[in-house]
Unconditional design. Structure first.
Length: 202
């Protein structure tokens, strides 16, 4: 598999990522991930997405999600209280935080503990299982908001179009590689212009 996102985005083969390899199947006959990715990039260009301001941040966020899924936790044994957890591979967390532009120390703290204080800070340590849940919760939050951003940008771009033919083609092209988005025709349509809206589906 080609590393077509390698370089500044820092990704590699699908088998290297926990979120992509849980089924053990990363290649499907008839599906070319690199081709779909190139189609997606062309769609971003057609929709007017700025490479530096929009496209690269989107790709960086997707890469960060993959790396966060690879963050592992180890048990911290304690004699007088319940065992806690720690990030076992700090280098992976550091890379994810760099892609997101966030402070690694703050992210690390919030992955392995939570603040239960009201007026003051009172941190309670997570077990390994709770830390994994915190990691997955963060990823779901990032992924959901990322797609909402893309949806809003697509809707804004489509609203400027005077014809539907070109953008209907774009919708069809984007739908396949993104997978979690689907087009829904608006209930209000004119004879000359079909109105399209994008919705987030879980």
């Amino acid at each position: 598999m080609n590393h077509f996102l390698d370089g500044p985005i820092k990704t590699s083969d699908a088998v290297d990522y926990h979120y992509l390899d849980q089924s053990g199947v990363v290649e499907v006959d008839g599906i070319n991930d690199e081709k779909d990715y190139n189609v997606l990039r062309r769609c971003f260009t057609t929709l007017g997405f700025d490479e530096g301001a929009t496209v690269m941040p989107i790709l960086s966020c997707v890469a960060a999600v993959l790396h966060l899924g690879n963050v592992q936790f180890g048990v911290v044994k304690k004699a007088m209280e319940e065992d806690s957890s720690e990030v076992a591979n700090q280098d992976v967390l550091e890379l994810a935080c760099k892609l997101l532009g966030v402070d690694k120390t703050v992210c690390n703290t919030n992955l392995i503990s939570k603040n239960i204080g009201n007026r003051s800070t009172m941190m309670v340590a997570y077990s390994v299982e709770k830390a994994q849940e915190a990691r997955d919760g963060l990823v779901k939050f990032l992924y959901g908001n990322l797609f909402q951003l893309i949806i809003d940008a697509i809707n804004k771009s489509l609203a400027k179009s005077q014809t539907s033919a070109e953008h209907a083609s774009i919708i069809e092209s984007i739908h396949s590689p993104i997978g979690l988005l689907h087009p829904r025709r608006s209930s209000r349509r004119s004879r000359r212009r079909a109105s399209w809206r994008w919705t987030w589906t879980s």
